[in-house]
Design a protein. Structure first.
Lengths: 222, 329
């Protein structure tokens, strides 16, 4: 149904904005969300950013319970850890309790999710098949978002959008652009997710580096 | 069921409960009727009040004792049904009255005699404890029958308390839905209990320096330490996605005479209750993580999980559930 409006489709078949690529730049950095009943995780594993269902294939526990953080993709229940292909690579007591070889590990790989970038914006989708992010957003909007995200590289002190700011909407992402150069990104929690999966960030342009108000813990470039 | 090796089992669909049984109202209603409305269920140990009450899946059980006689009813809204009540030593069980079905002795087999012996230690009762979980009751049952998560979930509590050589120190007997798992205590833990025994002169049902865990289908288990302390547990379903784990510590002694002995007994009981509560608080987040995770792979039939050498009792439970839910009225 390529002509069907995205918002009329099941949430599992739609793209959702998750975070900025900056959030996933460090090894083991992860960001999670939930779409419908499906927990998702996007994680940097040895430099590769990958997306999976955030559910251990051993006994079905959610692997990362926090909305974001930094730590190996390891299940808290029995300590199974997974590599960038989703394969279980760390299996405590494997020789005595499971004796899983390569084929068994393949069968127990994490189920992948779809991942796409638009500039520095990271989007995820539960379904593996379907329109690309660019197809879903449209080429013009995709290009505009990519350009904006690249033009506003610095995080700074949070601002509240005001009347008169430009407003752009794409999927669950609402962008407000101030006339004098700040960008407020608000990602609503996807359908089925609670509010801890909503995220807001204020970005400033490269040229405002010396003037943008910053917080002590803002992630500024070195 | 397909065996990938002698040690682990990847169950095929149909050999375990569908994931949806962990969160749907339909499954909860089915369990209420066919499981909690039919099976023998642990009610507790009578105290001086001579009354026991329990609520499972919305069914309210009320029992009373008059001398040696026991009677009771199950209230389900306006519907009131009589109970059949029986006991195994001090442990009281009940079920909604019916013409068919196993006797209590048959239901507990082959552990009835063992449980009766242990229940003689249901002395010096401490106040019952109930801890709420935001998880289906079966996630708690799976958790308690899993002898495999100690190092990850309980690294500073249960894990160092049992013997590190589990291949020689852990023995699990499985008998259909019921099972008995015993794990040799670590030397330091056994020494701690021996010192406690010297001070408290505990009553011991057996000279066994083990942590023992007997599970009785569907939702009862008796944990014991050092052949002395007994802790009956029951997992009460509250809703499809919530449950309460109820338990009671008994710290039996052969003599509690002086004020000093009584004070030491009180402080020891308080310490053991706090320790057990800590362990349960460690289990709660992982049970709740399973509750959150199962719906996330329910549309993927190839993800059936895997059950290792120390997780077989969980599949036994699933198969007993399937049998019970499939039984005609």
């Amino acid at each position: 149904m390529p002509n069907e409006a995205p918002e009329s489709r099941r949430p599992e078949t739609r793209w959702f904005h998750l975070c900025l690529a900056d959030n996933l730049a460090s090894p083991n950095a992860f960001v999670t969300t939930r779409v419908g009943a499906v927990p998702l995780v996007v994680q940097n594993i040895k430099g590769r950013v990958v997306a999976f269902r955030n559910v251990c294939t051993h006994r079905f526990a959610v692997i990362h319970g926090e909305p974001a953080g930094c730590g190996p993709l390891r299940c808290p229940y029995h300590g199974w850890s997974f590599d960038a292909d989703g394969l279980p690579v760390g299996l405590p007591f494997n020789p005595t309790d499971f004796q899983l070889e390569a084929e068994g590990r393949r069968r127990l790989a994490l189920h992948p999710a779809s991942l796409a970038r638009c500039g520095r914006l990271v989007f995820v989708r539960v379904a593996l098949d379907g329109p690309s992010l660019e197809e879903e957003l449209g080429a013009d909007l995709f290009a505009r978002l990519a350009a904006l995200s690249d033009a506003f590289p610095h995080r700074g002190v949070a601002l509240e959008p005001a009347d008169g700011w430009e407003r752009i909407e794409a999927a669950n992402l609402r962008i407000h652009r101030a006339p004098d150069g700040a960008l407020v990104l608000h990602s609503a929690a996807p359908d089925g997710a609670d509010s801890r999966f909503s995220r807001t960030v204020t970005l400033y342009p490269a040229t405002a580096l010396t003037t943008a108000p910053t917080t002590a813990d803002a992630e500024l470039p070195a | 069921m397909s065996a990938h090796s002698v040690h682990s089992i990847v169950p095929e669909n149909g050999a375990f409960l569908p994931h949806s049984h962990f969160w749907t109202e339909e499954a909860f209603a089915q369990e209420r009727e066919r499981l909690f409305g039919r099976c023998w269920l642990y009610m507790g140990v009578f105290d001086a009040t001579n009354v026991l009450t329990a609520e499972m899946a919305g069914l309210c059980f009320e029992l009373r004792r008059q001398g040696e006689a026991m009677d009771g009813v199950c209230r389900d809204g306006d519907r009131v049904r009589p109970l059949q009540i029986d006991r195994c030593g001090a442990l009281v069980f009940a079920r909604i009255a019916q013409d068919n079905g196993p006797t209590l002795a048959e239901h507990l087999a082959p552990y009835g005699e063992r449980l009766a012996t242990m229940s003689a230690n249901c002395l010096n009762p401490q106040a019952p404890v109930g801890i709420a979980f935001q998880a289906n009751w079966k996630a708690l049952v799976e958790n308690t029958m899993d002898d495999f998560h100690g190092s990850t979930v309980h690294p500073d509590t249960i894990h160092p308390a049992v013997h590190p050589d589990w291949q020689n120190g852990l023995v699990t007997e499985r008998h259909g839905a019921n099972s008995d798992s015993r794990w040799l205590l670590a030397d330091g833990t056994a020494g701690w209990w021996a010192k406690l025994d010297a001070k408290l002169r505990m009553r011991r049902f057996a000279e066994e320096p083990v942590y023992r865990h007997i599970f009785i289908f569907p939702n009862f288990y008796l944990a014991t330490f050092y052949g002395a302390t007994v802790i009956p547990h029951r997992v009460d379903p509250v809703a499809p996605d919530s449950a309460v784990l109820r338990w009671q510590l008994f710290l039996p002694t052969t003599r509690l005479e002086t004020a000093r002995e009584q004070a030491f007994h009180r402080s020891t009981a308080a310490y053991l209750i706090e320790s057990a509560s800590t362990v349960i608080a460690e289990d709660r987040p992982v049970c709740e993580a399973v509750q959150q995770g199962r719906p996330g792979i329910a549309d993927l039939p190839h993800i059936t999980g895997i059950y290792g050498r120390r997780e077989r009792r969980i599949l036994d439970f699933h198969q007993a559930m399937l049998r019970q839910l499939g039984e005609a009225a």
